[in-house]
Design a protein around this ligand. Sequence first.
Ligand code: AMP
Ligand code: GLY
Length: 419
Amino acid sequence: MKVLIIGSGGRESAMVWKISKSKLSPKIYAAPGNPGMEGLAELVNIAATDIHALLEFAVNEKIDFTIVGPDDPLALGVVDVFEEKGLKIFGPRKNAAIIEYSKEFSKDFMKRNNIPTAAYEVFEDKDKAYAYIEKQKFPIVIKADGLALGKGVYICGDLTESRLAVQDIMELSKFGDSGKKIVVEEYLEGVEVSVLSFVDGKTVVPMISAKDHKRAFDGDKGANTGGMGAVAPNPIYDEEMANRCMDEIFAPTVAAMAKEDREFKGFLFFGLMITKNGPKVIEYNARLGDPETQVVLPMLESDFLKICIDCLDGSLDKADIRWKEGASVCVVLASEGYPAEFKKGFEIKGLSLIEEKEDIFIFTAGVKKENERFLTNGGRVLGVAAMADNSLEAANKAYAYAEHIVFENKYCRKDIGRK
Ligand code: AMP
Ligand code: GLY
């Protein structure tokens, strides 16, 4: 069968690798993919957001099954246009992907369905927003309503920071139309957990839990990034908490989406804060997480592609989903300066293609290829993931291998999986 993966980052590299192991022996295409995937997937030079060109390709190539990686094509309705042509595509339709692309929708949805989340207010008028923040206790959290590459969130310690956040989002339009509205919400104290899940419209099956490391520097300092590393499973997420999250959050979310005529099929990502008053939803994503996918998929014993097919068929309750024992850790090698200014175009040595040695995996992201050489081509260049009996051993393995990959301005956090 022919399978198309939409997207180009480390998450999609991990999907391509895992799907290449499927018993269904698929021929894999990635649009646009990245050159580190070559050997496992044929790259198709179409942007992830060019949904009409993707459709044309899928029709002409007779693609049997498509999986969507990033959020933008979902928000643009890629699933709807593929379905109109009778193509099989795994991901939520636009009316369900809204759970991620509008924070106003997701917050109102949680409120009306009694799903625990931070208290909040939504503003479309900047003067009202400024007036409101004057009266708040700090810290508070200010977010652009729409998609902002994970960067439209400001944790504000005082009034000055809060004013600057409103100014950035609403007056300077740093996130374009995504910042036409803002959500101002209560700051939640606790420990974060990422739970990715399979959803077939009715049934939700959580994957092994994960811990993301969003800040740029060790000890969770510095700017928020797209993610500098991840660990699975998340050490604080035990079975009791998993059961509680299923009852209070996962099952009610999927049931309420169906009830509101927004049936959700695809990957649903629960960004949770475990507070002293129980688990609360920070955000939903209508897709897999990056870099969580790079630690979760290596831990999956079963056939990922088969599970996605079962999910689309609505038979997730019968799917074979088993996980490995132990732990996995992914360390992201970035270009120094990321998430702000950084240089790119440096040769990457020690890398041929996605490698797989002794449970060590290289998942490429911001790379390009010129004259058979790999060059850096983005902020997050690649991830080195490793599995072992526990997270400390997995981290040591990943870091030891990461030493072999060399490029100018290489930067990584040193504390992933080591705390
Ligand atoms: P988001 O893009 O909504 O996941 O937010 C990015 C990060 O900001 C989250 O991973 C949290 O670390 C933090 N964050 C977002 N909302 C809150 C909140 N209400 N309280 C505390 N931290 C938050
Ligand atoms: N790792 C968080 C995300 O993918 O949004």
